[in-house]
Design a protein around this ligand. Structure first.
Ligand SMILES: Cc1ncc(C[n+]2csc(CCOP(=O)(O)OP(=O)(O)O)c2C)c(N)n1
Ligand SMILES: [Mg+2]
Length: 573
């Protein structure tokens, strides 16, 4: 039998050297013959391969890596079903605007369209959910293609997001001429800084420093600007909201934080600053029905976060950090006009609500089925977690409870695609990216199921992760919607499956917990034996705010019933 050898100048070897040179330390993937040359060379370069059980999980992991580190996430998946399996992960990274490079293979060109194994044209179906999707057939062009793809992944004047390259097997084995392996293609690129327009900075200062009730909302594009944002808030005063995309950016103790007063503050602000934040469904699409006569200042380095839904009185396509610094600088010693009693009042009510929430969580009564309330579980968990823990929340009702019930240094969830199942893969990637942090996945039982098999990946790679499954034997938020909207329940009940036994089958420490009294010791044991899973039985009687507010039954004009009512009235004039 002849063996195909891979030379050091092969396309595959050059791809691996490129990844190494660009600082890629790990690749998430699932093997297959069509990508084997890259796989072996990546390993040879000392890049760690996190081998998963489903390609979707590989892309979810690359996505979480990118969100947490701000650096490129890389997924390596095989041809055909490898790519179709990955589609959900790619779509989620697309909606989340996460810089992810997906690499795949193709049958050799000489077998193209002849009925080859795993032959399907990937780029036609990945194109709408990627920033760049190309088949690279010519070894001599591989470095330019990789460089272009990575630039597009980071946005570079456009929107960041996933990019896709595939290579026929013969291309991977083909030679890249040495003369074309230019250092300039390998060399890491620095960040592109977009300086703000001084005239727009002056206009923003005028508007903001004369605002009585300014509100600042941060999002994805603000993730790296914590210090600048804090200085800006300290200087301007006003209040601050963050809707999950950039949670942990401003500490809860900061006097501007009023997260628990979101509904009120959105209706009361007179100037709203969006910082790298889309005015999406979580922000009522910026509708005047909800935001009243507020004027907007929009700051973003990605176009999709600059103009969506509402036009800003001031719009700046510029780096958020540089822009905030320039605004503070330009404001100089000017006194802000903020109504201090308004800001302080909101803050005081926010703090009251937080205290009340903590109190009610600990005291939450069990349901009529005798099972504990999800908030009891979250309170026990919060008790044992460090304040800077990374929280990955996933689920329907349980996501709604966990989002407010757990404080987090870093937080990720299914995002605006509502992509259930990200929990375990996101958790694994977060552990790898933040080895100094405790990472916990708080997931509903239904959501856990999608990528439950990745407990195997966590065990094999010794990932010190805690997975907590809130097991209510149902897709409960949907059960509630059906019962309330249609008066009957169809196809939304699951079993109280023994997820602990499942995890143990893969060698993970796992326990089922049935009472709130047993929780503290079980959490301690789990934390000392990670990776670990706790399968906690919770009641179906607990109705979450997402279930009550309309997110579950999807009103016509707005995601929440109260906003939908407001929008209806406002449209009628
Ligand atoms: C991939 C995917 N499938 C279906 C849905 C619709 N959906 C939203 S929440 C939910 C129920 C989640 O159940 P579980 O994770 O058990 O949480 P629970 O509501 O029971 O707390 C479903 C099916 C979705 N958002 N994403
Ligand atoms: Mg459930």
């Amino acid at each position: 039998m002849s063996v195909l050898t891979i030379s050091e100048n092969s396309t595959a070897a050059v791809i691996a050297r490129f990844l190494k040179a660009r600082g890629v330390e790990r690749v998430f993937g699932l093997c297959g013959g069509h990508i084997m040359p890259i796989w072996m060379q990546v390993d040879k370069e000392g890049i760690r391969i996190i081998d998963v059980r489903d390609e979707r999980a590989a892309v979810h992991m690359a996505h979480a890596h990118a969100e947490i580190t701000g650096s490129l996430g890389v997924a390596l998946i095989t041809a055909g079903p490898g790519v179709t399996n990955a589609m959900t992960g790619i779509a989620n990274a697309h909606v989340a605007r996460a810089p992810v490079l997906v690499l795949s293979g193709l049958p050799p060109s000489l077998q193209e369209n002849r009925g080859a194994l795993q032959d399907i044209v990937h780029i036609e179906f990945v194109r709408p959910i990627t920033r760049y999707a190309r088949t690279v057939r010519e070894p001599a062009l591989v470095l330019q293609e990789l460089d272009e793809a990575v630039c597009r992944a980071f946005g570079q004047g456009g929107n960041p997001g996933p990019v896709f390259l595939d290579f026929p097997a013969n291309t991977l084995r083909g030679e890249v001429p040495k003369a074309l392996q230019l250092e300039e293609h390998f060399r890491p690129r620095g960040q592109t800084l977009l300086p703000p327009d001084p005239a727009a900075v002056a206009a923003a200062v005028d508007l903001l420093w004369s605002a009585r009730r300014p509100l600042v909302i941060s999002g994805r594009g603000a993730r790296a600007v914590g210090p600048e944002l804090e200085r800006f808030l300290d200087r301007l005063g006003g209040v601050y909201l963050d809707t999950g995309e950039s949670r942990g950016l401003i500490p809860d103790e900061h006097p501007s934080v009023v997260a628990a007063m979101r509904g009120t503050v959105m209706g009361e602000a007179d100037v709203v600053v969006t910082l790298g934040r889309r005015l999406d469904f979580q922000l009522a699409y910026g509708s005047p029905a909800v935001f009243g006569a507020a004027r907007f200042v929009r700051i973003a380095d990605a176009p999709s976060e600059l103009r969506d839904n509402r036009r800003g009185a001031v719009e700046m396509l510029a780096s958020p950090a540089a822009t905030l610094a320039a605004i503070v600088e330009a404001a100089g010693k000017r006194e802000p006009a903020v109504d201090q009693s308004w800001a302080k009042g909101l803050r005081a009510r926010h703090v009251e609500r937080r205290v009340e929430l903590r109190r009610s969580m600990v005291a939450a009564a069990p349901g009529s089925d005798g099972r504990m309330h999800p908030n009891r579980l979250l309170a026990a968990l919060q008790d044992k977690l460090p304040a800077d823990a990374t929280v990955i929340a996933d689920g329907g009702d349980f996501l709604s409870f966990a989002r407010v019930g757990l404080s987090a240094g870093t937080y990720l969830d299914p995002g605006s695609l509502g992509c259930l199942g990200v929990g375990v893969p996101f958790g694994i990637a977060a552990c790898l990216a933040q080895p100094e942090r405790q990472v916990v996945v708080a997931t509903g039982d239904g959501s856990f199921g999608f990528n439950a098999i990745e407990v195997d990946t966590a065990v094999r790679h010794r990932i010190p992760l805690l997975i907590v499954v809130a097991n209510n034997g149902a897709w409960q938020i949907e059960v509630y919607d059906q019962a309330n909207t249609y008066g009957r329940v169809v196809g939304t009940r699951l079993q109280f499956a023994d997820y602990a036994a499942m995890a143990r089958a893969f060698g993970m420490h796992a326990e089922r917990v049935e009472t709130a009294e047993d929780l503290p010791a079980a959490i301690d044991r789990a934390l000392s034996k990670q990776p670990a899973l706790l399968d906690v039985l919770v009641t179906t009687d607990a109705i979450s705010s997402d279930a009550k507010s309309g997110l579950a039954w999807v009103p016509d004009l707005q995601p929440l019933a109260t906003w939908d009512d407001a929008e209806r009235k406002w449209r009628q004039g």
